[in-house]
Design a protein around this ligand. Sequence first.
Ligand code: PEP
Ligand code: MN
Length: 365
Amino acid sequence: MEIVPINKYITEGDEALIIAGPCGAETREQVLETAKQLSQKALARPDGNGQVKVFRSGIWKPRTRPNSFEGVGEDGLKWLSEVKEKYNLKTTVEVANAQHVELALKHGVDILWIGARTTVNPFSVQEIADVLKGVDVPVMVKNPIHADLQLWLGAIERIYNSGINKIIAVHRGFHFFGKSKYRNKPFWEIAIELKTLLPQLPIICDPSHISGRRELIFSVSQKALNLGMSGLMIESHPHPDKALSDAQQQLTPVKVIELLSQLSFPKTFSNNIEFTDKLNQFRSMIDEIDDELINVLKKRISVIEEIGEYKKEHNITVFQLERWQEILRTRTQWGEKLGLSRNHIEKICQLLHEESIRVQNERRH
Ligand code: PEP
Ligand code: MN
């Protein structure tokens, strides 16, 4: 895939892409007031980061239950073109079918986005891709609601195959059936895997839909930037509590500007020789430690092979519940004494045990 970098069409240098605006457009006044406030400069940042470049708004809202606010439709598109004219912001809306795309393009929307409920459905994504053939417009693809990287990749590929090469992935968290402090659990490792598979693809984070409540937005945004994500998409409403959708997670524009001035925007790369020298020293220490680790693992496996042989001779089962419980209990205790996370040691023990069982089983056949 050859994906155009965002600084070729929307940002400058290595500046983060900042998108903000309401979950949904409700009235002309609300839209224009939000845009006016968001277009102000983030409190002077020496790095030039943190400026809102794109104004977002839902026009057609996919709601979980009927009889909720489902968006203002085409009227909202007229308000968005006023935003462009008056406040020097680019605009983006969510599109879920061919008609939405046609209307958005007719009204000069700069960037389209595909929502989480649409990414899950290949028929809908293909319908959108088909109508985009021959059009040069950037498209953002939110992750599907459930934690399925293939589905996210599939949607990106469908859009790319229709000739669109300005694509941005949006990480908005995943539905999680269980207890979580988030509305949508981040599962950061999925976004990291996507970046590993498609290094050129810019990924931005939507901390609003991950958090589901205002208090978490700062920490989720900072985490995303620390991981090297290329930007943020934040929901904002002049009177968040009165918002017709996603009231609990929207911030006033003033709070958005404040947040943007407080976040730190780490770089993925440094030209500073002193820094790179020092980092390389640390990295060679890690290389040596990992080399030792691999040798220790080899030693462990050699003993496992002997144990496997011995159990086989005596016709004893490979899996020994009590021994496994003992390993898990003691190793996590040893780790905790040294200040290592229990969860980390547990995961390592599980991997070691899985391999031990595999190696011993292999000798039985
Ligand atoms: C939205 O951005 O308002 C939205 C509906 O998000 P998602 O598709 O991520 O749920
Ligand atoms: Mn929303």
